[in-house]
Design a protein around this ligand. Structure first.
Ligand code: 26Y
Length: 822
């Protein structure tokens, strides 16, 4: 039988080869003899994109026809990672494409490596948004991701002389085959100026906003394919451009250069991702970014409603808007403004709609990460929004007075305006008042929000609060990133777990099978060998494949305590120096992660790791039993390579500081054991895998609070623990800094002075637990069992579970099946 396949949709190896050659010729304009690796990558990417477009259009058509209820996920960050491999997995054509490339003399893995990833996020929060898009599409939930198309994503990290150096991330320079610009859906956003009260054409008084500036937002759409479904949802990112007509004034007056300058100013809005995570800076451009993408997105939703003939009164029925932290929370006054000023809906009605539309996810307990905007800055850029916020606040404080009469202090505490010094708008409070749901991202985190950071709001609106423990997508963080483990799993339990991670439980049946355990260990060795080769290639460092891979990969922040890990390394080193023949479990310490460019202490910790590595890696006494490697430029692409190789996952934040963590889940799902504190989702991981399969250390949140309350004296711990004292003294003496005692002095002073994150208090417990880890690792059989049980019990941490919970608990959205049609 001869089957003729369409070159743009066919999935056979022959058709894929033909389509690939066609795209190389007609899109890239190259023949194989002169094509670069990037040309080949692009040709393949377009070949895959063609195969996705029908799903995408069928999905859009179905949603439009049904006017389906839709989640709009608003996020300033989407840390998507490379798209090609994920699309191959989700389309189910990885093997065919692999074969097609092989027959053309190309290596698919090389082409996958070629992709420049869109690093449009800092870390956890941005990556969570990306995992959620994957799950929404896989669960066939109508949804749109809305964000900013930053021209420069998170900086690239280089290490020079042990220090972090930042390089601009020009991710678009080779072109982006995954996006489609949609200029016909551009919108305009007003900024600055003033408001004025005037009568409209009917003689009614209305507020008019006379902006100083208007910028244009152009949407760029990226398809988000579900895993083995026909659903392809959309990620819509906004690029800022100048509005032509607005430059006319300048042209008229002959100020051509002035007009061109204005154009650059407008385009600056989507120029670069702010590289801070968990610390708000209150910068004007950042507020401009927020209102820009939020206003574009709300107007886009209104356009969609108009197209589907849904009345604006029904906004909250057509859309639920999930706010990914407070970064998009100016959507609350912006929706009010659009409804009241631009669509003549009365305040009460507009407020009812608004309150039923928004849901707010909080991602942090750190006070410095809570966004507050100085009133002066806010009013200058968003004069109308400030008026609306004042009105919301007046009405809200009346409500508080009703519920809690004669409680002046409560009013002061809860006001949306902080009036304790310079006046600020408190964005988290605005989000609480304007949303019908407020959630934390792990059970402990939600509990702490209710008890502490948002306690007053919990008393005011207890019914709004709920927990949604984070999750990760097993498609990217298992199927794509760990083919070896998947193959082994497939031979024992099939692959139902890809869509239902609880199915992983079936693995438990094999834990007593010695042959299976042997295969498990074999597999891990092979993965580690790949990483050993990679490290040799990129750093020149020789790593022992039999050593324990002890990995801490995450953003650098003092609360995450990478320096506690360093104190452990130094302690082991000191033990070797004191007794060179000591019997020690060989370890390789791997670090990865970026520090915010302005965060001095975090950068100093990176320098410390590299300095300790320089000494430890070269000391002949160590005899290769310890290695310290800093892997630069940690990214999604890199994460996928590194998670599968871990034996031990470091999750050692000060209890009460890490909202959830998601790296903890990625490591455990790939068979690493965790050493961790009772913080964030660690608590739930421990509960799932069992305390006997988890290395718990450190103070609990209550103990941290209690110790702070009674007066914490870090210096006493240092004095009382000889190993701790020796470790600190080594740093302070200049031993790791060519004899310079000043280099790490700020760090040492911090630790012995106030030690905000309580490393001194947790040191002993951490070291003792690490000693138990070392002991356990020597018992290969026991370790493998624990590893298997960790993987088997990770069902809860699929982002599919998280998204199902969101859908059922408060989004109230049902799946919509997509039929494939021409
Ligand atoms: C205000 C601005 C500077 C800012 C920018 C980025 C503030 C915070 C952030 C990012 C925060 C973040 O990534 N938080 C992490 O969110 C993850 C997903 O919920 C959690 O797992 C993780 O514990 C939390 O630190």
């Amino acid at each position: 039988e001869v089957r003729i396949e369409d070159d743009r949709t066919g999935l056979s190896v022959e058709t894929l080869k033909r389509a690939f050659a066609d795209n190389l010729f007609y899109i890239q304009g190259k023949f194989p003899g002169i094509a670069s690796k990037n040309d080949f990558y692009m040709a393949l990417a377009y070949t895959v994109r063609d195969r996705l477009l029908r799903r995408w259009l069928n999905t859009a058509e179905t949603y439009t026809r049904n006017a389906s209820r839709t989640v709009a996920y608003l996020s300033a960050e989407f840390l998507m990672g490379p798209q090609l491999g994920n699309n191959l997995i989700n389309l189910g054509i990885y093997d065919q494409v692999n074969q097609a490339m092989k027959e053309l003399g190309l290596d698919l893995r090389d082409l996958l490596e070629e992709e420049e990833e869109p690093g449009l996020g800092n870390g956890g929060l941005g990556r969570l948004a990306a995992c959620y898009l994957d799950s929404l599409a896989t669960l066939e939930i109508p949804s749109l991701g809305y964000g900013i198309r930053y021209e420069f994503g998170i900086f690239e990290q280089d290490i020079k002389d042990g220090w972090q150096v930042e390089i601009t991330d020009k991710w678009l320079s080779a072109g982006n085959p995954w996006e489609l610009p949609r200029p016909e859906w551009s919108v305009e956003v007003k900024l600055g100026g003033r408001t004025e009260m005037r009568a409209d054409e009917h003689g009614r008084f209305k507020v008019y906003w006379l902006p100083e500036k208007v910028v244009k937002g152009i949407p760029y759409d990226t398809p988000i394919l579900g895993y083995k479904t026909n659903t392809a949802n959309t990620l819509r990112l906004w690029k800022a451009e100048a509005v032509e007509s607005f430059d006319f004034y300048a042209f008229d007056s002959g100020d051509y250069l002035g007009a061109v300058h204005q154009k650059t100013v407008s385009e600056n809005i989507s120029k670069v991702l702010y590289p801070n995570d968990n610390s708000a800076q209150g910068k004007e451009l950042r507020l401009a970014q927020q209102i820009f993408f939020v206003s574009c997105s709300l107007k886009d939703m209104m356009r969609i409603m108009e197209q589907q003939k849904v009345s604006l009164d029904q906004f909250h029925e057509k859309f639920v808007i999930q706010l990914n932290d407070t970064h998009p929370s100016v959507a609350i006054p912006e929706l009010m403004r659009l409804l009241i000023d631009e669509h003549d809906i009365p305040w009460e009605k507009a407020w009812e709609i608004t309150k039923k539309t928004f849901a707010y996810t909080n991602h942090t307990l750190l006070p410095e990460a809570l966004e507050r905007w100085p009133i002066s800055l806010f009013g200058k850029m968003l004069p109308r929004h400030l008026e609306i916020i004042y009105e919301i606040n007046n009405r809200f404080l009346d409500e508080v007075r009703m519920k809690f009469p004669d409680d002046k202090d409560r009013l002061r505490r809860m006001s949306l305006i902080d009036e304790s010094g310079e006046r600020y708008v408190r964005m988290a409070y605005l989000a609480c008042v304007g949303s019908y749901s407020i959630n934390g991202v792990a059970a402990l985190h939600t509990e702490l929000l209710q008890k502490d950071v948002l306690h007053d709001f919990y008393e005011m609106y207890p019914q709004k609060f709920n927990n949604k423990t984070n999750g990760i997508t097993p498609r990217r963080f298992m199927v794509l990133s760990n083919p070896r483990l998947c193959k082994l799993l497939h031979s024992k339990i099939g692959d139902d777990w890809v869509k239902n991670l609880y199915e992983m439980k079936k693995l438990e049946a094999f834990v007593d099978d010695p042959e299976f355990r042997h295969q498990w260990r074999q597999m891990k060795q092979e993965i580690k060998q790949d990483v050993v080769d990679y490290i040799k290639e990129t750093t020149g460092i020789n790593v022992n494949v039999n050593s324990m891979f002890d990995i801490q990969a995450k953003r650098f922040h003092e609360y995450k305590r990478q320096h506690l890990n360093v104190l452990h390394i130094i302690t082991l080193y000191n033990r070797i120096k004191a007794n060179p023949n000591i019997d020690i479990t060989p370890r390789t310490f791997l670090f990865g992660g970026k520090a915010a460019p302005g965060y001095y202490m975090a950068k100093l910790i990176i320098k410390l790791i590299n300095s300790v590595g320089d000494i430890v890696n070269r000391d002949p006494d160590v005899r290769d039993r310890l290695k310290v490697v800093f892997l630069k430029d940690f990214s999604v692409k890199f994460a996928q390579r590194i998670y599968p190789s871990a034996d031990l996952s470091e999750q050692i934040s000060t209890a009460g500081k890490e909202a959830s963590g998601t790296g903890n889940m990625k490591f455990a799902l790939n068979g690493a054991l965790t050493i961790g504190t009772l913080d964030g989702a660690n608590v739930e991981i421990l509960e799932e895998v069992g305390a006997e399969n988890f290395f718990l250390c450190g103070l609990t949140t209550e103990e941290v609070y209690a110790l702070k309350a009674k007066g914490y004296k870090p210096w006493e711990y240092y004095q009382k623990d000889p190993e701790l004292k020796l470790a600190i003294d080594r740093i302070a003496s200049g031993f790791f800094s060519h004899g310079d005692p000043n280099l790490f002095k700020p760090l040492v002073d911090h630790l012995l002075g106030n030690d905000q994150y309580m490393l001194m208090a947790d040191y002993r417990s951490y070291i003792d637990t690490q000693d138990r880890v070392s002991e356990a690792y020597r018992d290969v059989d026991r370790w493998v069992r624990m590893s298997i049980l960790n993987v088997a019990r990770m069902g809860k941490f699929s982002s599919d579970r998280s998204i199902r919970d969101y859908c059922e608990d408060f989004w109230k959205i049902q799946p919509v099946k997509i039929e494939l049609k021409e």
